[in-house]
Ligand binder design. Structure first.
Ligand SMILES: [Zn+2]
Ligand SMILES: [Zn+2]
Length: 165
């Protein structure tokens, strides 16, 4: 195999975990998968806010099978049924917010990007991984504070209409 160089157009994997380190994960990006992962949006829904403690949360959706080891294999990994449709995953030791998953699509996991390691976020792949122009649940925006993001905004989620700039 040729050595990996700075010109590689995509990472083979990235790493992340919770605050205390009890939960560590690697997300692999096989050549057949899209890079960057396309399902990426900020979310200002009340559930994401209460879960993360952040005014603007930002998850990205990846195939559950590409997360290793499986998060549920870690005894510190806990889930909370935050609505009838889905669960949120977190570290039971430090409380770090990690995931959201719809019950009807367990093959996809939304990873909160703030749980990705700092050297990844600040490194070569950070911009591609995190950049988004889609912003959900502006209905809950804090006026003059969280409503000025660049890109297409939706009052609720993308099923709620075409959005606005
Ligand atoms: Zn932890
Ligand atoms: Zn949300």
């Amino acid at each position: 195999m040729p050595p990996e160089t700075a010109s590689t157009s995509r990472p083979s994997s990235i790493t992340g975990g919770c605050l205390c380190g009890a939960i560590r994960y690697t997300i692999s990006f096989p050549a057949s998968s899209p890079w960057p992962p396309p399902m990426n949006a900020t979310c200002q829904c009340t559930l994401c806010r209460k879960f993360t403690g952040a005014l603007i949360a930002q998850p990205v959706s990846v195939p559950t099978a590409d997360i290793a080891p499986p998060l549920s294999s870690n005894e510190s990994y806990k889930t909370y049924q935050s609505s009838p449709s889905g669960k949120r995953g977190f570290c039971g030791t430090c409380g770090g917010s990690l995931t959201f998953c719809y019950d009807k699509t367990p093959e996809e996991t939304e990873i909160f990007l703030g749980s990705v390691d700092a050297d990844v976020l600040g490194g070569e792949w950070g911009k591609a991984l995190c950049e988004t122009r889609r912003h959900l649940w502006l209905e809950n925006a804090v006026k003059g504070v969280t409503d000025g993001l660049k890109g297409r905004k939706y009052l609720t989620d993308e099923r709620g209409g075409e959005g606005f700039e």
